[in-house]
Ligand binder design. Structure first.
Ligand SMILES: Nc1ncnc2c1ncn2[C@@H]1O[C@H](COP(=O)(O)OP(=O)(O)OP(=O)(O)O)[C@@H](O)[C@H]1O
Length: 258
């Protein structure tokens, strides 16, 4: 674990409440990520992790509380190029044939107001593709990729804008072990370069050494904010098994619970 971080806050969520349908899903969430920190957001299924992330990036409207990004109230925040976002597992292909390079380049566009990608843009795209270990496949169609490779493309897309803050919703979900190791190495390099990270995880896994702090949600409330708990289950999540929604066959144990 790295030394405690005392830098300025890049994310400040205060007393966030949100309702989806008729259901209160966030019930007063406080969460701060400081510059250079890697914070894992943990919790059982349905505890509000994704909703918290989606509120951060403007996909869910809060009914109360506030969110600041880089010290600016979210309503006034415009500098989205400073943030790289990796959504919960989706595919990078939309039926339109696109190469890995094209998808990753799309992540760079937020930085450019006018004109075609310049040399620096192209270099950043190639670097992001290289970081996730897909340099030799850059010209391949994303439709030919495995789940783990897809996820690597999405992460490269987020990295292409050279973000100061990475927000990721279960980046390891459905990712094979080899890809997990590559993603962990990629993240390690980003963090060493000063990037702040907030990521939803259901298992610390290979990312464990990188995590500075864990915030555990239960029923839309924070029940732990501190060092990443080892075998968290006994303490933070009694009786809460996390069954991964995307697992096709067997329920996936978190490892936090056993
Ligand atoms: N659009 C929606 N309308 C109504 N309820 C919703 C909606 N989206 C999510 N919910 C509910 O809100 C609760 C919190 O969901 P959320 O996705 O934030 O949980 P989570 O902690 O990310 O869970 P998981 O680990 O399963 O992804 C769940 O009970 C979910 O069923």
């Amino acid at each position: 674990m790295s030394t405690p971080v005392t830098g300025e806050a890049v994310i400040t969520i205060s007393g966030a409440t949100a309702t989806l349908g008729a259901r209160p899903v966030l019930r007063g969430v406080d969460l701060t990520v400081r510059r250079g920190e890697v914070v894992a957001l943990l919790g059982a299924n349905g505890s509000g992790k994704s909703t918290t992330i989606r509120a951060l990036i403007g996909q869910v409207t809060l009914t109360g509380g506030s969110i600041d990004l880089f010290g600016t109230p979210k309503k006034r925040f415009r500098d989205w190029a400073r943030i790289g976002y990796v959504p919960q597992r989706t595919t990078a292909s939309s039926g339109v044939p696109a190469t890995i390079r094209e998808v990753v380049t799309s992540g760079r566009l937020s930085r450019r107001r006018f004109g075609w990608p310049n040399k620096a843009d192209k270099a950043a795209v190639e670097r992001a593709i290289d970081l996730v270990g897909l340099a030799d496949r850059a010209g391949d169609s994303v439709s030919a990729l495995s789940g783990g490779q897809h996820q690597r493309v999405l992460i490269a897309r987020a990295l292409a804008s050279e973000p100061e803050l990475l927000i990721m919703d279960e980046p390891m979900a459905g990712v094979d072990l080899a890809s997990q190791e590559i993603l962990a190495a990629t993240l390690r390099e980003q963090v060493a370069g000063g990037t702040s990270v907030l990521l939803v995880l259901h298992e610390l896994g290979p990312l464990e050494p990188l995590i500075d702090r864990a915030v555990v949600l239960r029923d839309g409330c924070v029940v732990h904010d501190g060092p990443p708990p080892e075998a968290v289950g006994q303490h933070a999540l009694p009786g809460h098994d996390h069954v991964h929604p995307h697992a096709a066959d067997e329920p996936l144990r978190t490892g936090l619970l056993t």
